[in-house]
Design a protein around this ligand. Structure first.
Ligand code: BGC
Length: 783
């Protein structure tokens, strides 16, 4: 048994301690050596005395009803994401029953509403203006899953910065992003909204997003408050079905799912949104362990918590109490603001009168909301974020569209490129086929906030822009995205804009084949409609929907080179496409500039550099499939006739495309990794060096990835875990030395006592171009 080196937090967690009472470390007190001291929660250190005084004064003037009003968040507008809509909004604002609004923007609308609130209420407390700014506000960037595939933190931060600039000019001061839920299940539609499956990369992205939104000063007119969501574990809903139950061990939770939330908190995110799921049998919104003991007491969060949409009311259906009871549970748990459900508004006074809650409980929540308003500078100037002139000069300015094009290119992942069919030459003719080939609506993706799809550049237009008249485009739709009329109705009820071509599949395919026959190369733009991923958009079958595979099969028979351009919000099962297409470019839903960016990549003005952040399975039945899995006692060893190993009878365990995978038009050669030391003490760093050479014919970027495996642990450890990455630029023929520093912190994990420990022993290091194709080295951490 290794000796355990303990650091930092020794946790007392109500709920957790019951679940984790069976420690398997086997270590004794004598064996345990503490090497670092406890880190104090950040909140204590940063409390601003002036803010405290201001809020104390204000609180002392407020009636109980005015306080409860501050805890109420209403939706004003048409973007509803639940079955309930806020009613009597004007009247409620006038009565002081509203602390914030969301789904209202434009400087004029926001200013009007803010004036209404300030001028009609006794204490003139300004409103918060929130919105789902998820991947851009007006200028739309790739969906977050796509953005994460850039592995480029400057790019990620830049997208959030631009979004903040536009949103704040448009009347908003609070955004419901970043969504940092780790997701390993491609059936879950909301995998589109996050950064994929990895806690390390997810944490880096969480930090970059918070920096981008909040900048270094929340009072500035062009920064907005970020909301980290959905706290917590929402991405682990059973069977990938949205809103479903989550059940998870503490060891998985702390090591694999919680790190990105914690990273966002440490980066200073001003607010947190609860998740719809339960955690250890208690809905997150009423989970005091989660929202107070973990979030505040241990992580030091000092902002405010907003529930998800009607999440307090939904605790009734979860089966933990009636309306009064769930309101009390949520407030006591630390949910400060009630989104749309009005449980607080309608019940908290009685709960206080009955003695189930104290006025101090209410004060705690109100204080946090008033502090948020103070931090945003709203008491100084309630109209800071509604500036018509700034909106005019900021929103969708050419520079931002240019940035969107660049960010979109960086998010695309080249999955296959046989015989260098890509990049395309700017001569001859292209059969441009597929339901997404001249589409605009889908390009801006789901959760595209205030984005206007009519501003989006289609692939057809992009090709024209990039290749001009030197390429002849022969177009055919070839197939509908889906032929399922029920599904189309559902999608269109939420802005889908899908039009069913009334020709039958055979007719549409026949036309496409004709078009292909008279062209030099096929570019088939296929995939999902944007509404097939995102909230309440889980799919049990994750192949190309409708007749699109049939279309590709018919096109294949023409013998023409076939490039498949994919648009989708999740990993798809693409075994047939991988076996039959000559090239596959994953473009996600790439945003306002999608068509230009896709054409840049197709014609080689940009050499693709994106890498997958979520594993693509061969078939849906392999899910959940992720690279950082544990070993079993019977690992599959490649021997097909060996029955008693962990495997399926009908498919291998391998993904179709692993985490971190993505090709370039050029090729890169890696030298074996060199370590600065083969043995280190628990406080030392070790450096890993690798030479990477561009051995192909194009300049290009490569994401060099570093993984570590803790070979023996007091609890089982993943086969490898990402612990570093660097995106480098290499000219044709150029070599660079890449150095990673592995610090003791990178080698730690949470043991079953939830101590964050480094256990001495053997570590393996893997460096490579993706999580599968790596070269190995190793070192030992001594006692
Ligand atoms: C979603 C959140 C979103 C909220 C407000 C909910 O249904 O789960 O992600 O921020 O609606 O629109």
């Amino acid at each position: 048994m290794k000796r355990i080196i303990r650091t930092a937090l020794v946790m007392s967690i109500g709920l957790a301690s019951t679940q984790c009472s069976t420690s398997q470390t086997g270590s004794t007190a004598q064996e345990t050596q503490t090497v670092a001291s406890t880190t104090a929660p950040a909140s204590a250190a940063v409390a601003d005395p002036e803010m405290k005084k201001f809020v104390d004064d204000l609180l002392s003037k407020m009636t109980l009803d005015e306080k409860i009003g501050q805890l109420n968040l209403v939706s004003v507008g048409f973007d509803v994401t639940g079955p309930v809509v806020s009613k009597n909004v004007d009247e409620n604002i006038r009565k002081g029953n509203v602390g914030g609004v969301f789904n209202t923007y434009t400087p004029i609308a926001a200013k009007k509403l803010q004036e209404f609130a300030v001028n009609n209420t006794r204490l003139k407390i300004p409103l918060l203006f929130g919105y789902d700014v998820i991947h851009g506000h007006r200028t739309i960037f790739p969906i977050p899953l796509g953005l994460s595939a850039s592995w480029d933190m400057e790019t990620v931060e830049r997208s959030a910065r631009i979004a903040a600039d536009e949103a704040s000019a448009d009347g908003l001061n609070w955004v419901y992003s970043p969504m940092v839920d780790i997701a390993r299940d491609a059936r879950w539609g909301r995998i589109a909204e996050g950064a994929g499956e990895d806690p390390y990369l997810g944490s880096e992205i969480a930090r970059a997003m918070v920096r981008g939104y909040q900048g270094d000063d929340l009072t500035k007119e062009n920064t907005v408050m970020a909301t980290v969501k959905h706290f917590a574990l929402y991405g682990a809903s059973e069977a990938g079905r949205d809103y479903n139950t989550v059940d998870m061990s503490m060891n998985r939770m702390f090591n694999e799912y919680l790190p990105p939330y914690k990273a966002a908190i440490e980066a200073g995110a001003g607010s947190v949104m609860t998740s719809f799921n339960e955690i250890n049998g208690v809905p997150a919104t009423g989970n005091r362990w989660l929202m107070t003991e973990l979030l505040r007491d241990q992580w030091g969060f000092d902002g405010f918590v907003v529930t998800d949409y009607t999440a307090i009311n939904e605790m009734i259906a979860h089966g933990v109490g009636d309306e009064a009871k769930v309101g009390e549970l949520a407030l006591k748990a630390g949910s400060d603001m009630d989104m749309v459900g009005e449980v607080y508004l309608n019940n908290l006074r009685q709960s206080v009168e009955k003695g189930n809650l104290t006025e101090e409980d209410i004060n705690t929540a109100v204080r946090r909301i008033l502090e948020a308003k103070y931090k945003l500078g709203l008491f100084e100037d309630p109209y800071r974020y509604a500036d018509e002139a700034r909106a005019k000069n900021t929103i969708m300015k050419p520079e931002y569209r240019e940035a969107a094009r660049d960010i979109a290119r960086k998010s695309m992942v080249l999955l296959k490129n046989e015989k260098q069919v890509l990049p395309l030459k700017k001569t001859g003719s292209i059969a441009l086929i597929g339901p997404l080939a001249n589409n605009q609506r889908d390009l801006i993706g789901n959760w595209s906030g205030a984005g206007d799809w009519k501003q989006a550049v289609s692939v057809e237009q992009g090709i024209k822009n990039v290749a001009g008249n030197s390429v002849k485009i022969n177009y055919a739709k070839g197939a509908n995205i889906t032929d399922d009329e029920q599904m189309i109705k559902r999608l269109n009820a939420h802005g889908g804009e899908l039009q069913l071509d009334k020709r039958n599949a055979e007719q549409m395919i026949a036309e496409a084949v004709k078009v292909a026959q008279k062209s030099d190369v096929i570019v088939a733009v296929v995939g999902e409609s944007q509404g097939m991923s995102g909230e309440a958009a889980s799919r049990a079958d994750i192949t190309l929907p409708g007749q699109q595979r049939e279309l590709l099969k018919a096109l294949k028979k023409t013998g023409k080179p076939m490039v498949v351009v994919l648009m989708n919000g999740r990993p798809l099962a693409l075994k047939w496409e991988d076996e039959n297409a000559d090239a596959i470019l994953e473009t996600w839903f790439a945003g306002t500039e999608a068509g230009n960016a896709i054409a840049d990549v197709l014609f080689g003005s940009y050499n693709p550099s994106g890498k997958l952040t979520a594993t693509f399975p061969q078939v849906v039945g392999q899910i959940p499939l992720y690279y950082n899995h544990k070993n079993t006692g019977r690992p599959f060893n490649g021997e097909l006739l060996n029955k008693y190993t962990t495997r399926y009878m009908d498919v291998t365990n391998e993904p179709l495309y692993p985490f971190g995978y993505g090709l370039s038009y050029t090729t890169f050669k890696y030298s074996p990794p060199q370590l600065s030391k083969n043995s280190i003490s628990p406080n030392e760093n070790v450096e890993v060096t690798v030479q990477v050479q561009n051995t192909g014919n194009y300049d290009g970027e490569e994401v060099v990835q570093l993984y570590v495996q803790d070979v023996v642990g007091s609890i089982t450890r993943p086969v490898k875990e990402l612990k570093g990455f660097q995106k480098i630029n290499l000219k044709k023929g150029e070599s660079k030395t890449v150095t990673f520093t592995i610090e003791p912190e990178d080698l730690k994990f949470y043991n079953n006592d939830l101590e964050h420990v480094l256990e001495p022993g053997e570590f393996k290091v893997y460096v490579g171009t993706n999580s599968r194709d790596v070269q190995e080295a190793g070192f030992t951490v001594t006692q």
